[in-house]
Design a protein around this ligand. Structure first.
Ligand SMILES: *[C@@H]1O[C@H](CO)[C@@H](O)[C@H](O)[C@H]1NC(C)=O
Ligand SMILES: *[C@@H]1O[C@H](CO)[C@@H](O)[C@H](O)[C@H]1NC(C)=O
Ligand SMILES: *[C@@H]1O[C@H](CO)[C@@H](O)[C@H](O)[C@H]1NC(C)=O
Ligand SMILES: *[C@@H]1O[C@H](CO)[C@@H](O)[C@H](O)[C@H]1NC(C)=O
Ligand SMILES: [Zn+2]
Length: 503
C-alpha cells in the first residue's frame, strides 16, 4: 500500500511546488484519476481481480444499481417496513437473492423464520393455548392436560375453540401475527417514535413467541424451516446465537441445555445430508445481559462444559439484549475471564457498540470486547467513534457484523446511506453483512440486508468485487477451522462461478 500511495503523493507535492514557483496551476487530470483509482482500490473488494464473466455481470449490476439510485422513492432512504415492497419488486434484489452469499454470522435463534409460519403452522397444532397478558400481549403453551396459570396471564383459551367460535379466523390470526413481529403496515415512524418504544415491542414479541418455539416439536420444525429459508436465499452456512432454553414436551416435562444443543447438531447433520451444497451451522451460546453477575458466571461455566462436549459445534459465547439497558462487559469481567483463568478456550462473539450514545459505560463495550479477545464484534455501530478499538479490530482481523435493517428498525440510523459501515466499506475494514432478527423486521434470510448494504451505504462505487469480498469474508471470519474454510470456499466458489455464468 505504501508504494501505491507514494506516486500520487509525490505528484501532489509537485503540484504545490509548481504553484510556488509560479508555473500555471490547476488540478492535474492524470493525478485526479490516479487518486480516484487509489481510493477505489482501498474499498471492500477493491483488490479483487475479476474474470471476464464477472466484469460482464458487473456491468449489469452497475446498470441495475443506477436504476435504483435514480428513482424518487429510493428504498435505502426509507424505513424498511415501507421499502420492503419496493425492494421485492426490484430486479437488482432478485439478482442478489440468486447470488451465493456465503454464511450468516449474526442471527438469533427465534427470529429466523417468517412469522407467517409460526401463525399458520405452529399455532394450528392441537393443544395450543393462548392467553392475553395485562400489557396487551399474548402467551402460548402446548399442554395435553391444560396449562397452569401464569403470573399476569391466567385466562388460557384453547386456540382451536377460539378459532371455531370466531368462524372466520383471519382477524385473530392477524392479531397473533402482530404480536410476534415488529413488522406492520401502519406508519412505522409514528408507531415507533423512540428507541424505548421499539425495544419494548421487540422484547414483548420475544415473550409472545417463547411458548411456541420452546415446545420441542415446534422447535425442531422451526429450525429446519429456518435452514430451508436461508438455503433458499443462497446462504450456505450459519452461526446461530442461541439461548439454548429448556425445551418442553406436551406432558409438561422438559429437557436441559445439552439436549437442545444436541438437537441442533442432529438436525443440522440431517439437513446437510440432504443438501450437500449447504456447509452446516454452529452455535454461539448466549445469555441475557440483564442477568446478574452470578447468573452470567454460571452460564460461562456451562459454556465451558458445552464447549468440551461439542468442540466442533459450539463456536463460543455472547451476551444479548439491549445494550443501552443491559449490564456492561466490564461489569461481567470476572465471569468472562473464567475460561482464561482455567486455561479453557471459549471464543467470544460479543455484541458491542450497538448504541448511539457516546461516552457512556455501554459505549465502552467495544474496547472491552477487544480486551476480552472477542473473535468478532456484533454490530459495532459505534466503531467510528473509537479509533483505538477500530485499529485493533482491523489489525487483529476481528470482523464487524453489520446488520443494516436491524440498525434502522431499532432506530440507530434512519437513512441507510448514512450507516457508519459506509466508511468501513470504503477502507476494506474486516466486516460481514448479516440480518440479526429477520423475522422481527419482516425481512427474510439475508438478501434484503445485502440489498441495503450494496445499494444503500455501498454507494455507486461498490461493485461485484465488493459483493464477492463480502461473501468470502463471511467464510474467512467464521469460526470454522482453516481447513473447513478452504472446503467451504471451494463449495462457495463452485456456486459463485455458476451464478456468474448464468446471469
Ligand atoms: C407444520 O410443518 C410441519 C413440518 O414442515 C408439517 O409436518 C406439519 O404438518 C405442519 N403442520 C401444520 C398444522 O401445518
Ligand atoms: C374473513 O374475514 C376477513 C377480514 O375480516 C375477510 O377479508 C375475509 O374475506 C373473510 N373470509 C371469509 C372466508 O369469509
Ligand atoms: C396482540 O394481540 C392482542 C390480543 O389479540 C391484540 O389486542 C393486539 O392488538 C395484538 N397486538 C398487536 C401489536 O398486533
Ligand atoms: C486475551 O488474550 C491475551 C493474549 O493471548 C491473554 O493474555 C489474556 O488472558 C486473554 N484474556 C481473556 C479474557 O481471555
Ligand atoms: Zn444481535
Amino acid at each position: 500500500m505504501a508504494g501505491r500511495l507514494q506516486r500520487p503523493l509525490v505528484a501532489v507535492a509537485c503540484l504545490f511546488l509548481c504553484c510556488l514557483v509560479g508555473v500555471r496551476c490547476g488540478p492535474d487530470p492524470r493525478l485526479r484519476k490516479e487518486l480516484m483509482e487509489l481510493e477505489e482500490s482501498m474499498q471492500t473488494g477493491g483488490g479483487m481481480v475479476l474474470t471476464e464473466a464477472e466484469q460482464r455481470l458487473d456491468a449489469l449490476l452497475a446498470k441495475l444499481k443506477q436504476d435504483e439510485m435514480s428513482r424518487k422513492d429510493f428504498p435505502p432512504s426509507m424505513h424498511f417496513f415501507t421499502a420492503r415492497r419496493l425492494i421485492q419488486a426490484s430486479p437488482l434484489f432478485r439478482l442478489l437473492q440468486k447470488m451465493p452469499k456465503g454464511g450468516v454470522l449474526h442471527v438469533h435463534d427465534f427470529a429466523m423464520v417468517d412469522v407467517e409460519w409460526l401463525v399458520k403452522n405452529a399455532t394450528y397444532r392441537p393443544h395450543c393455548y393462548m392467553c392475553f397478558t395485562d400489557s396487551a400481549s399474548v402467551r402460548f403453551v402446548f399442554a395435553s392436560q391444560g396449562p397452569k396459570p401464569l403470573e399476569r396471564c391466567s385466562a388460557w383459551v384453547l386456540l382451536e375453540s377460539l378459532r371455531s367460535e370466531a368462524g372466520n379466523a383471519t382477524d385473530l390470526d392477524n392479531s397473533i401475527r402482530g404480536n410476534l413481529t415488529l413488522f406492520m403496515d401502519r406508519d412505522p415512524e409514528k408507531e415507533f417514535p423512540s428507541q424505548d418504544v421499539v425495544w419494548n415491542r421487540f422484547e414483548a414479541a420475544f415473550g409472545a413467541l417463547w411458548g411456541l418455539v420452546t415446545f420441542a416439536p415446534v422447535f425442531r420444525d422451526y429450525y429446519i424451516e429456518a435452514l430451508n429459508q436461508f438455503y433458499a436465499d443462497n446462504v450456505m452456512y450459519l452461526e446461530l446465537r442461541a439461548l439454548l432454553p429448556q425445551l418442553y414436551e406436551l406432558d409438561g416435562s422438559s429437557h436441559d441445555r445439552a439436549w437442545t444443543l444436541q438437537a441442533y447438531q442432529d438436525l443440522t447433520k440431517q439437513f446437510v445430508s440432504t443438501h450437500p451444497d449447504f456447509y452446516g451451522a454452529r452455535i454461539i451460546f448466549t445469555n441475557h445481559r440483564h442477568a446478574k453477575l452470578s447468573v452470567v458466571a454460571a452460564a460461562v461455566k456451562e459454556a465451558m462444559h458445552l464447549k468440551k462436549d461439542f468442540p466442533d459445534f459450539l463456536a463460543g459465547f455472547d451476551l444479548v439484549g439491549r445494550e443501552d439497558q443491559g449490564r456492561t462487559l466490564w461489569y461481567f469481567r470476572d465471569a468472562l475471564t473464567l475460561p482464561a483463568e482455567k486455561g479453557v478456550a471459549l471464543p467470544y462473539f460479543f455484541h458491542a457498540g450497538e448504541t448511539d450514545v457516546e461516552g457512556t459505560e455501554v459505549d465502552q463495550n467495544l474496547l472491552d470486547a477487544l480486551l476480552l479477545n472477542t473473535s468478532r464484534i456484533g454490530h459495532g455501530f459505534a466503531l467510528q467513534r473509537h479509533p483505538v478499538a477500530k485499529d485493533l479490530s482491523r489489525k487483529r482481523g476481528v470482523a464487524v457484523e453489520v446488520c443494516p435493517i436491524s440498525n434502522q428498525v431499532l432506530k440507530l440510523v434512519k437513512d441507510l446511506r448514512n450507516h457508519p459501515a459506509a466508511a468501513l466499506m470504503m477502507e476494506n475494514h474486516p466486516l460481514v453483512i448479516s440480518s440479526d432478527d429477520p423475522a422481527m423486521f419482516g425481512s427474510c434470510a439475508l438478501s434484503f440486508d445485502f440489498y441495503e448494504a450494496f445499494v444503500g451505504f455501498g454507494g455507486l462505487k461498490s461493485h461485484i468485487g465488493s459483493l464477492k469480498q463480502l461473501a468470502v469474508n463471511s467464510i474467512r471470519f467464521s469460526s470454522l477451522t482453516a481447513k473447513q474454510q478452504e472446503e467451504a470456499l471451494v463449495l462457495w466458489q463452485r456456486r459463485w462461478s455458476e451464478f456468474v455464468a448464468e446471469n
